[in-house]
Design a protein around this ligand. Structure first.
Ligand code: ZN
Length: 178
């Protein structure tokens, strides 16, 4: 298999040619009143899955602006976005604290499936891209112990990533525990 290298978390990791990760970490809008808080990537324990709970075609820029202007956060909350067509976008660097699991951001790495999966699941293409990314991240950061839905993290009052998102099936495909 062919591999190429890409700098994602300001460290080099190997990517297969099956999928590409488009890096938006330096180009998405930022909040001038709320700088990023650095973290050591060694603190990451969980890959946490979300949905955006909005339109499937909402742009990364639009999500980032909502998080900045309405939530007051530093930038987009999530580390990665996955679209229904399988596109994977790096959104927030891994070496800063994300804003996606209240009380547990320091140990979380957040992947957001763009769309609302309350009543229907993500496309098989999106799930396959997510499972591929989950493998990649698990192999790059061996201290990661599991993959969970947002609602499965402690003290989270949310149905995220949507009632129709099959977390058990996702873990089975990823070969990872909760
Ligand atoms: Zn969520």
């Amino acid at each position: 298999m062919e591999y190429r290298s890409q700098n994602l978390a300001r460290g080099w990791i190997e990517l297969s040619e099956d999928y590409q990760i488009v890096d938006l970490t330096l180009t998405l809008p930022r909040n001038p009143r709320s700088p990023y808080t650095p973290r050591d990537v060694a603190s990451i324990r969980w890959i946490v899955l979300h949905h955006s709970a909005g339109p499937a075609d909402q742009t990364p820029d639009s999500i980032a602006r909502f998080h900045i202007e309405t939530r007051g956060w530093s930038s987009i909350a999530y580390n990665y976005l996955i679209y229904e067509d399988g596109r994977i976008l790096a959104a927030r660097p891994l070496d800063v604290v994300p804003a996606c699991v209240k009380g547990h951001n320091e140990e979380s790495l957040c992947i957001c499936f763009v769309g609302d999966f309350s009543a229907r699941p993500p496309s098989p293409t999106a799930i396959a891209a997510g499972v591929w990314l989950t493998h990649l991240l698990r192999n790059a950061y061996m201290q990661i112990v599991g993959v969970r839905g947002h609602r499965e993290m402690p003290d989270q009052a949310t149905p995220c990533p949507g009632a129709a998102f099959d977390l058990v099936g996702y873990r089975a495909q990823a070969g990872m525990p909760a």
